[in-house]
Design a protein around this ligand. Sequence first.
Ligand code: ADP
Ligand code: ZN
Ligand code: ZN
Length: 724
Amino acid sequence: MYAKVIIEYGAKAVDKEFTYIVPDNLKDKIKIGHRVKVPFNNKLIEGFVLDIKDEYGLEYELKEIDSVCDEKPVINNEMLYLGTEIQKQILCSKIAIFQAMLPKALKASHNTNIGIKKDRYIMLNVSYEEASNYIEKCRFPGQVAILEELIVKDKLLITNLTSSVNTLIKNEIIRFEYENVDRYVSHTTGKYKQVKLNNMQEEVVSAVDLNKHDTYLLYGVTGSGKTEVYMELIDKVISLGKTAIMLVPEISLTPQIVDRFVTRFGDQVAILHSGLSDYEKYDEYRKIMDGKVKIVVGARSAIFAPLNNIGIIVIDEEHTATYKQDNNPRYHARDVAILRGKYHDAPVLLGSATPSLESFARANKGVYKMLTLTERAGGGHLPKVTLIDMKNEVKRGNFILSKVLTDKINEKLAKNEQIILLLNRRGYSSMLTCRDCGNVIKCPNCDISLTYHKSSNTNRCHYCNYSIHNVNKCPVCGSNNMKDYGLGTEKLEEELKKIFNARIVRMDMDTTSKKGMHEQIIEDFGNHKYDILLGTQMIAKGLDFPLVTLVGVINADMSLNVPDFRSAEVTFQLLSQVSGRAGRSELLGEVIIQSYNPEHYSILLAKEHNYLKFYQEEMKIRKVLNYPPYFYITLVNITSKDYEIGFKEANKIGNYLKNNLDEKTKVLGPSMANVFKINNVYHYQCIIKYKFDNKLNMILTKIDELYKTNNQVDISIDVNPIRV
Ligand code: ADP
Ligand code: ZN
Ligand code: ZN
């Protein structure tokens, strides 16, 4: 018997499939999908069994599989199928996809010792009668106490061994019993109450055919009750004896959704997200593998949850960029969802108030089925949005807060209502500059300026984490006339504390790096321990606080100034999302957006809550510029530590693409990537735009293969990139 084993080999995660002999002692045990240890280059490494055969055609000498790592296979048939299909779509190594599907504890060769945690109990090993007899004869009160307790209690948790326990074990009066422990315990506030769906929600629910695969787009304004619709559909699916996946952008940012699911569905739910430790993830994952749960709520990688008999897959906030993994394997959860939906013949439901242009265009063409919810379910109204032109404010000396926003904050504070302020940049200020010579403090490894963090008095690189402490002299001219420019959340917090007599809390990557801090801040703000919540875009999503009546966007242009074809879309989405946080109850909500480009259509139309108009405007631009959804894009990234070699190879690749792809396909570049140097590595890119090119896969695979053995240049291929 022979097994084909795939291993991860080398830093470039090259796929290597090798045939090994299955030794006699493993013949009954081993199955396709098992994780095994095999000898490779004089070492034992882990891999996955992809195939098992009785015969092996070739003649050369084979090695034996050393051992099987787990009782059951960790890769099931569906995962094998997904591995093959995803590889075709995104051209990455198959092993990388399998590794991405599994929690750390089950990946191959990651040398973890994440095991199952067990609690140790003691129980009687004899009849009650024999135990009573023992008690009568026993002269040791410690032993007697234990036995008496066991007669009434069945079992006792033992954390440390006493001599009484040891003696009773030795005398075989009691025995040990071990039970698996779940290290993750989801907690709920219990605040969620199930509602009765309104007619529009009912219509959406009944429009989804649970008995066959189709992809639906639910376009529903913020607060229109999409989440209630998801839960209703999932409820139906469960009662049909099936299972469901519910994806949310990043759970640690949306604890309120988890709360609703756990309250409604109890221990039928498993939670998978990055806020869990690897131990907790393993425990949650095993619950899914063992068929103990019916619903998986999780972030991107939860799309691979090994549920059987899936009845629906829901992706909330489907436009969110985090659904695409931005390193290898660069898969998009939406595409995986559709593959799995087809496999299980189950519907996939994408939901958003601001769908991605791609999805909305597909729904318009009938590729997806369009469902809509046009009104807020709780009866609330979409908030009134005011645009403030900061060019005028700056003339009056208002650099951070406009007069209108300051007045409004005071007004809300006086009424004891809550306020959310968005500023999409963390740190204190964006750069430190010398006033005498104009020198900007930059990262020595990257192509960008360092961000000043006042609390730690450091200047940090947000790309490579380089930091320097306490710069008060210009390194170029020695002057100490240093000035910081640009506004970050840390400085905004400081300013707010000076101006307002209010309880203020900041939420960004710096204040939430400790586990559980997100949840804590959200819970405390929800309990009105704070009046003002300020933060980066992580505050924009999914939060539902009835007392929030004012949302302020400090600088709406930040995302607009990013050089990327999606910048208008991202801006529109972010402004709509954050506006949606206001006025979600009976209290009327207001939004104030500060901008230096208030006439930009993405900002104007966000003010009017006019997604459809935005869609039309943006589609015109995409059409003229040959961008998605009119054209597909694939990016070839060429990186090298050597500027010259990178440049030379990038040109070769560019020429090769131009000469070999279909003549209707457009190849742009090679050019320098937006941030050209990151961590001393130079980034070049070629952009390929196409509608249909049946040579593309083959050509890209060829290039990829060619450079796998090149250790001066790295190639990565990004199909449908999020940023260009
Ligand atoms: P979305 O996911 O579209 O933002 P939610 O499902 O979170 O909307 O609903 C927004 C608010 O409206 C929530 O507070 C929710 O409890 C409430 N809600 C939803 N559906 C109904 C309904 N049918 N009747 C009353 N309130 C509802
Ligand atoms: Zn200087
Ligand atoms: Zn850097």
